[in-house]
Design a protein around this ligand. Structure first.
Ligand SMILES: Cc1ncc(COP(=O)(O)O)c(C=O)c1O
Length: 451
């Protein structure tokens, strides 16, 4: 039985007088502000672990059945619902596979949750830089050869974490990387937060666990239409990782009061994605996006390559993206996901209809006709990954102080320094500040460790 059906049946049979949390009493407390804001249904489904409704921390009944259903759909060894986003899944994956001092290979453009996972696990990061695409101002997907080179040189690396697709939608060579990881006995975790549609549509890549990754983490809320912060974690059938370890790690970091309304939203979302309608909607989304690309003048370029077609990364020749996004916002009420000095990103997901895509298309074409080319600034970014003095965990617990950047040579950074573009940290806590990095820091002051 599904969790949604179980809750529906519970109400059909009259429910019970619950002397339990949450205190809004599923709507019987009628003045609740949350009910006014979120609606009666949301509040009705917002139950706790009352009798017969299982427990997300140790699923044995209705939730276990739901997780088994999800695992069957995703063809995984085990799947977990995350009601605290991919962030919690990434941290739990790290806590389940790494212990203090273990080396983990990580690209410098990873999500902040990976960094947080380093602080919590005490693992030692081996950072690497993916190739930079200066035409588009983004980092490319990761090549298997780059990973193999590092694993050959350092035989004590325990795990690798990559982001595929990247925030901008670029895929890594996940299948080849998985083979390399297997050869070297390295646990392979994929942050697939932006890839929740891949199991149900025709994309240029297979989902990460089908490519051979041990773990993947997908945000259902990002592209698959579920509310914030619904997400899933999957362990692949081939992985030797014990699902109990992941459960234990999730229990360490998550609330003891997960929202049943969100659990039901995850169930509904997966059921829809896996349905004929869901798969059709994904197909139409891809068709609409492809149609968008056809109707553009030469001056407007959409990124095409080994990437997710639903992430529209766009360049308008001869113009800084900021000028375009400002007109889009002010004149057309269109807001992009993000832009850098070269390109703009428009995220399309299951809720992006044809009308909205056409609106963007027309707006860009008309701005392009009116806007005069300008002299563009070309930023050149030369960067060397700094040496590590303390692990992120040790740096986190050290006392900090703020000093002038010009006096910070050879001190140890205590707070991340990030330059935009390219948006990756030029310094992370625990890293030694060199002459070269000082020249890249824009701020006049910097937070450093005290010893
Ligand atoms: C690449 C990437 N990974 C992970 C996350 C975290 O996802 P969530 O918001 O579901 O916690 C994000 C969120 O922006 C992201 O962009």
């Amino acid at each position: 039985m599904s969790l949604i059906k179980k809750i529906k049946d519970y109400y059909k049979k009259g429910g019970r007088s619950l002397f339990t949390t949450p205190s809004h009493n599923q709507g019987y407390f009628l003045t609740t502000a949350a009910e006014k804001l979120l609606g009666k249904q949301f509040i009705k489904y917002d139950l706790s672990e009352i009798d017969g409704f299982d427990n997300l921390r140790n699923p044995q009944g209705a939730i276990k059945k739901l997780l088994t259903n999800i695992s069957n759909i995703y063809d995984s060894k085990a799947s977990f619902i995350l009601t605290n986003g991919s962030t919690s899944g990434i941290i739990a994956s790290m806590l389940a596979s790494l212990k203090e001092g273990d080396k983990v290979l990580v690209p410098r453009n990873c999500h902040i949750s990976v960094y947080n996972g380093l602080v919590l696990s005490g693992a030692f990061p081996v950072w690497f830089l993916p190739e930079y695409d200066s035409e588009w101002g983004i980092y490319k997907g990761i090549k298997a050869a780059q990973i193999e080179k590092v694993l050959k040189e350092q035989n004590d690396i325990k795990a690798l974490i990559i982001t595929s697709p990247t925030y901008e939608g670029l895929f890594s060579e996940t299948e080849e990387i998985a083979k390399v990881c297997k050869r070297y006995g390295v646990i392979f975790i994929v942050d697939e937060a932006h890839g929740a549609l891949y199991n149900f549509g025709n994309f240029k890549t297979k989902p990460a666990i089908q490519c051979g990754a041990d773990i993947s983490v997908q945000s259902l809320h990002k592209t698959a239409g579920a509310p914030n912060p619904c997400a899933l974690l999957h362990i692949s059938k081939q992985s030797s990782l014990n699902p109990d370890k992941v459960q234990k790690a999730l229990n360490l970091i998550n609330t003891t009061s997960p929202s049943y309304a969100l659990l039901c939203a995850c169930e509904a979302s997966v059921k829809y994605l896996d349905s004929k309608k869901g798969r059709n909607d994904i197909k139409h989304l891809i068709d609409d996006v492809n149609e968008f690309k056809k109707n553009l003048p030469d001056n407007i370029e959409v990124y095409t390559g080994f990437n997710d077609a639903t992430k529209l990364l766009i360049k308008v020749g001869g113009t800084d993206p900021e000028r375009i996004t400002s007109i889009l916002y002010k004149t057309y009420g269109i807001e992009e996901e993000f832009s850098n000095d070269k390109s703009m990103l428009f995220v399309c997901g299951i809720g992006t209809n044809k009308k909205k895509i056409k609106l963007l298309n027309k707006a860009l074409i008309s701005i392009n006709k009116e806007i005069k080319p300008q002299k563009r600034i070309h930023s050149i970014f030369s960067y060397v990954i700094p040496e590590i003095k303390f692990t992120p965990r040790d740096a986190y617990f050290k006392k900090h102080t703020i000093i002038k950047t010009k006096d910070s040579l050879n001190r140890v950074c205590a707070k991340a320094v990030v330059n935009y573009p390219p948006g990756i940290p030029i310094l992370l806590p625990g890293e030694i500040i060199s002459k070269k990095t000082i020249n890249l820091i824009e701020s006049k002051t910097i937070e450093v460790c005290m010893d």
